[in-house]
Write a protein that binds this ligand. Structure first.
Ligand SMILES: *Cc1c(COP(=O)(O)O)cnc(C)c1O
Length: 472
């Protein structure tokens, strides 16, 4: 065995052989070396287990292709691009919204250069980081005042902490939602120090339920967007206008957590009603919170708009520093909001809006093109077709509403569906698709124009990798 091991190349020999690899050239040397060591250790282990017995299999030449693949994989950044062929536009696990090009440029500039982040260019003195978006938000939503924080969970937390710590907030039982990833209204409420006063039944809450819960210790009335679920059947919710009137009677503020904040009229696109922030403000909500990176299509952020008398207190809350928005986010948010000054421009430039509004005809032509590319890239080894299906907006907007789409359906043929799916995830870039009725389904809605080719190539590479594995 030890004589066999002597055939194994040295680390330096391997490093010299990999020296010209373009993908590894820019990687830290220590990282490449440790990945090489790991691979050679694995070879030694296989020799010990008797899996390798031919000295020829241990030559540098024989090892190089597998070694190169393994070292490249080991050196790849952990956080990286994926191809999203799931058709879920605001996919919480895949980065939610993609930024518009102008927002991407703004981020690059903000992080590579000094800026007037907190510097007032008129006075030459300290300024406020919130000033960059406050006017825009006021203009777009009609609210008196605005503030941005790290995300909407933080927005809800700081609003409740400021307005209701130690006091009661009345919420309908039908709106005590849990959003993916552990955001639950009752728990956030508890963390803020506010006391949840739930009213009504799961399916029906009446105005009188809110009214009879109002007491000495009531701080606010609150509505929460149901986000990721929809109640059907024998249901009743109290609308914002009615709640506003009740608030006026008792001198109580109304807080609305919209979740996925939206500034455009989707009804015109036949997508059903998703409340717009400006309508909620106009209907009299005192404080409205929403996300920057759901349907709005900007960076991760929590946006708070509303009456100055509440917003001023929220701004002064020491917690604000702990949930502060960073400069890259701020740059992306300003650039995104600027697009909304012209709603047509926003529809054209904000990727999230563009993907939601994409016509069935446009998706069909992409699906047909993708299917053809897949056939080309896989040498006709997979059964490829198109069929009608549905995409989802995701991110808690338009819950349970389907967007008609055209899927590319790939039947795995002789390879196992599970193997193929797994090898696609190991690819570079990884391709994530849906598995439905014993086939892989690719939804071109969420693939960018240049990504159809990459997705088809990913299928080709996954098949090749599966072949390699089987012949090994
Ligand atoms: C998504 C959502 C949140 C949390 O927003 P993040 O931006 O993910 O922190 C809070 N409330 C509702 C109703 C939501 O839909």
């Amino acid at each position: 065995m030890s004589s066999l091991l002597r055939h194994l190349p040295s680390v330096d020999q391997v490093l010299a052989a990999l020296g010209s690899d373009p993908e590894l050239g820019s990687q830290p040397r220590a990282l490449v070396r440790s990945e090489v060591n790991r691979f050679l250790d694995l070879c030694r282990e296989r020799v010990r287990r008797g899996e390798i017995s031919d000295p020829g299999d241990l030559s540098l030449k024989a090892l190089l292709p597998g070694l190169r693949r393994s070292v490249r994989e080991g050196c790849r950044p952990h956080f990286r691009r994926v191809l999203n062929a799931t058709g879920v536009v605001v996919h919480t696990n895949m980065g939610r919204s993609l930024l518009a090009e102008s927002a991407v440029r703004a981020v690059t500039e903000a992080c590579a250069r000094y800026s007037n982040l907190e510097f007032d260019l008129e006075t030459g003195e300290r300024g406020s980081r919130y000033s960059h978006v406050e006017d825009l938000l006021r203009r777009l939503t009609g609210a008196e005042s605005a503030l941005v924080v790290n995300n909407n969970a933080a927005a809800v937390l700081i609003v409740l902490e400021t307005m209701a710590r130690g006091r009661e907030v009345i919420v309908s039982r039908g709106q005590l939602v849990e959003i993916g990833g552990s955001f639950r209204i009752p728990e956030v409420m508890a963390k803020s120090g506010a006391v949840l006063r739930e009213v009504g039944a799961t399916n029906r809450t009446h105005l009188r339920d809110y009214e009879s819960a109002i007491g000495q210790n009531t701080a606010a009335l609150m509505r929460v967007h149901a986000s990721n679920f929809r109640m059907i059947g024998f249901t009743k919710e109290v609308g914002l206008k009615e709640l506003r009137a009740l608030g006026d009677t008792y001198g109580l503020p109304v807080i609305e957590d919209l979740g996925s904040g939206n500034l455009v009229d989707f009804q015109a696109l036949g997508l059903g009603v998703e409340p717009r922030v400006q309508d909620v403000v106009a209907q009299g909500a005192d404080v409205v919170t929403f996300s920057g990176d759901k349907v709005l299509g900007g960076p991760q952020a929590g946006i708070i708009v509303g009456a100055g008398k509440y917003l001023d207190r929220i701004k002064e809350n020491p917690l604000n520093r702990a949930v502060r928005i960073d400069k890259m986010t701020l740059a992306a948010l300003e650039a995104t909001l600027r697009l909304y000054l012209d709603p047509d421009l926003a529809m054209a430039e904000v990727p999230t809006l563009r993907m939601i509004a994409m016509s069935e005809a446009a998706i069909r032509s992409r699906a047909v093109r993708l299917a053809r590319l897949v056939v080309e890239q896989t040498g006709g080894r997979l059964k490829v077709g198109t069929r009608k299906g549905v995409s989802r907006v995701g991110g808690g907007a338009f819950p349970e509403r389907d967007l008609p789409t055209v899927l590319v359906r790939v039947e795995p043929g002789r390879v196992s569906l599970e193997d193929l799916r797994r090898f696609l995830l190991e690819g570079d870039p990884p391709l994530v698709c849906r598995v439905e009725d014993d086939a892989l389904c690719l939804d071109a809605r969420t693939l960018g124009p240049g990504e159809l080719k990459l997705a088809a190539a990913a299928l080709g590479s996954a098949l090749a990798a599966l072949d390699d594995k089987r012949s090994a």
